[in-house]
Design a protein around this ligand. Structure first.
Ligand code: 5RP
Length: 228
């Protein structure tokens, strides 16, 4: 099955979890864009009324273009359900996220949600986190070099993320830079998540540990976290 078809199958499975009156967190990325299309048709056909907290300018613009009402965590600090994509998913549903640069708002929104559901194609499944993808780390710009050195000391190869369509470093929706820290593998994601976030200058990192409850991965494949 093509990866695009797998993304669509995952997005359509997740949209079935949406109920009338829900306050939703909406992640970022190409799989979420398919989910938003499906959500928009439910809203248009008046099957559900929802309001959504976006996790990026991308998702805010997308939701608005479909006429889906937006809200914020100030108005709704607790969300019913967050649906988001992932860059890597391990068998315990721990994730690496942030290859689209939106990790900080994504983590805040997921952490404010009663339930986080992940949607992805099967290329995102890994046995151990870190084998394919670097860990994106959002940093305060003036600290990028010192944080990069400390991430290297933790055992990673670090690159400052550069833009395509813009010269110079990627600037996030929050006005920060992103370092991509490639570890050979991440055997203890919780410990590493905490170590990275302890470095002064780090805003957030892309390890999402024990946050996702369910992952819809490609055609018909559902993974559920065991001890939740
Ligand atoms: C953005 C993300 C995305 O969820 C992740 O990159 C997956 O994107 P896609 O659905 O396009 O594969 O974390 O920061």
């Amino acid at each position: 099955m093509r990866l695009e078809d797998e993304k669509k199958a995952a997005a359509l499975a997740a949209v079935k979890r949406v109920r009338d009156g829900m306050v939703l967190g909406i992640g970022s990325g190409s799989t979420v864009a398919i989910f938003v299309e499906a959500l928009a048709s439910l809203v248009r056909e008046k099957e559900v009324e929802v309001i959504c907290v976006p996790t990026s300018y991308q998702s805010a613009i997308l939701l608005a273009s479909h006429g889906i009402p937006l809200t914020s965590l100030t108005e709704h600090p607790t969300l019913d359900l967050t649906v988001d994509g992932a860059d890597e998913i391990d068998p315990n549903l721990n994730l690496i996220k942030g290859m689209g640069g939106a990790l900080t708002q994504e983590k805040i929104v997921a952490a404010s949600s009663k339930e986080m559901v992940v949607i992805a194609d099967s290329s995102k499944l890994v046995e151990v986190l870190g084998v394919k993808t670097p860990i994106p780390v959002e940093v305060i710009p003036m600290a990028w070099k010192t944080v990069a050195e400390k991430l290297a000391k933790l055992g990673s190869k670090v690159e400052l993320r550069h833009g395509s369509g813009k010269v110079g470093p990627v600037v996030t929706d929050n006005g920060n830079f992103i370092l991509d820290a490639k570890f050979p593998r991440v055997d203890q994601p919780k410990t590493l998540e905490e170590k990275i976030n302890n470095i002064p200058g780090v805003v957030e990192n892309g390890l999402f540990v024990e946050m996702a409850k369910i992952a819809y991965v490609g055609q018909g494949k559902t993974l559920e976290r065991k001890q939740f």
